[in-house]
Design a protein around this ligand. Structure first.
Ligand code: ZN
Ligand code: ZN
Length: 326
């Protein structure tokens, strides 16, 4: 049986095609070969990248200078060598091409994955995300800061060493604008409603003091997962230390479960947030990459998802092997 599902509050749809009855192994991928021999994100090759704009080291935030690169760091933020947008070349911020593109190298160790991070390491990463987003939001003419992670070649990562990216834009993306228009017309926060609806639903996956994680009702792709702060918080900058810590723990937990159930999937996660609009509710969306967007999706923007979110949550919540759940 297939079912057309509508997004919680937007005119977006997906087709949940449960009849195909796929199992997690149909979506799993094998780990990619790691090659550290020429990786410029690794410790010891700091001078092969542009100078770092922020370096997290022993509780301090430092910067590389012309004469000295900082070694023995924990997190290193550098300008992207091939930026999608750049502040240089544009005489005024209004000119096309203006923006910033940064890479956040999450660890000096090549083989380490987020699922191997300690609570403290996850917290430091969340803190770096928060600091860098706020930094770019304060730049002239910047209207939106896109923060995301591509993990695995299928998800668009050109380097294997674990990293995230941030692109600061002089415009608000149309999809965000469309969302905020609906939210403002509604007059109340739909995400706060979603928190109530999903925290005890059959799609719920994880909950701690400040965050919930669940497979959204209208999941576009198999094993899509959203993270929402339980309180109405607009952006990372409004999260307390304790909340950032909770977010890090929640994200690592869910990524570990995905790894157990799917092997080592490629994935993207994206932060949706607005700095100057207190009606918006911070949300983070994680999408494993299990298939390519094809003609139907490109034609209609309606995704066919062959893993119902209820079933995905069941797999992620269950310690049993997949043979035992049908
Ligand atoms: Zn490396
Ligand atoms: Zn809210």
């Amino acid at each position: 049986m297939s079912e057309i599902r509508k997004h919680y509050f937007l005119d977006d749809y997906c087709i949940v095609a449960a009849a195909r009855g796929k199992r997690p192994s149909d979506f799993s991928s094998s780990p990619e070969v790691q090659n550290a021999t020429s990786c410029v994100f690794c410790a010891g090759r700091e001078d092969q990248t542009p100078p770092a704009l922020a370096v997290y080291k022993n509780g301090k935030i430092l910067q590389d200078s012309k004469d000295e690169v900082i070694r023995d760091w924990q997190i290193r933020c550098i300008p992207n060598l091939y930026p999608a947008l750049s502040p240089e070349g544009a005489d005024t911020p209004c000119q096309s091409g203006y923006g910033f593109h940064e890479v956040i190298i999450e660890t000096p160790q090549h083989e380490k994955k987020l699922t191997n991070f300690s609570d403290e390491e996850m917290y430091l990463l969340m803190k770096a995300y928060r600091d860098r987003v706020i930094h770019y939001w304060k730049q002239p003419q910047i209207r939106y800061v896109s923060l995301f992670k591509n993990w695995g070649k299928q998800a668009g990562a050109s380097l294997e060493h674990t990293h995230s990216q941030l692109i600061a834009l002089p415009l608000i993306p149309p999809s965000i604008k469309r969302e905020t228009d609906v939210i403002q017309a509604k007059g109340e926060c739909p995400y706060c409603e979603i928190v109530c609806r999903e925290s005890a639903s059959e799609r719920s996956i994880y909950e701690n003091k400040y965050f919930i994680a669940f497979a959204p009702y209208c999941s576009k792709v198999p094993f899509e997962i959203w993270f929402l702060p339980k309180e109405h918080v607009c952006h990372l900058g409004a999260l307390s230390t304790e909340m950032l810590f909770s977010l890090g723990v929640a994200m690592r937990y869910v990524l570990s479960r995905l790894e157990t159930v799917l092997g080592s999937p490629s994935y993207n996660y994206m932060f949706f947030q607005l700095m100057k609009d207190d009606t918006y509710h911070l949300n983070i969306r994680l999408q494993p990459v299990t298939s390519k967007m094809a003609g139907f999706e490109k034609n209609t923007d309606i995704f066919i998802n062959t893993m119902p979110p209820e079933k995905a949550a069941e797999y992620l919540n269950n310690e049993m092997s997949e043979q035992e759940i049908h």
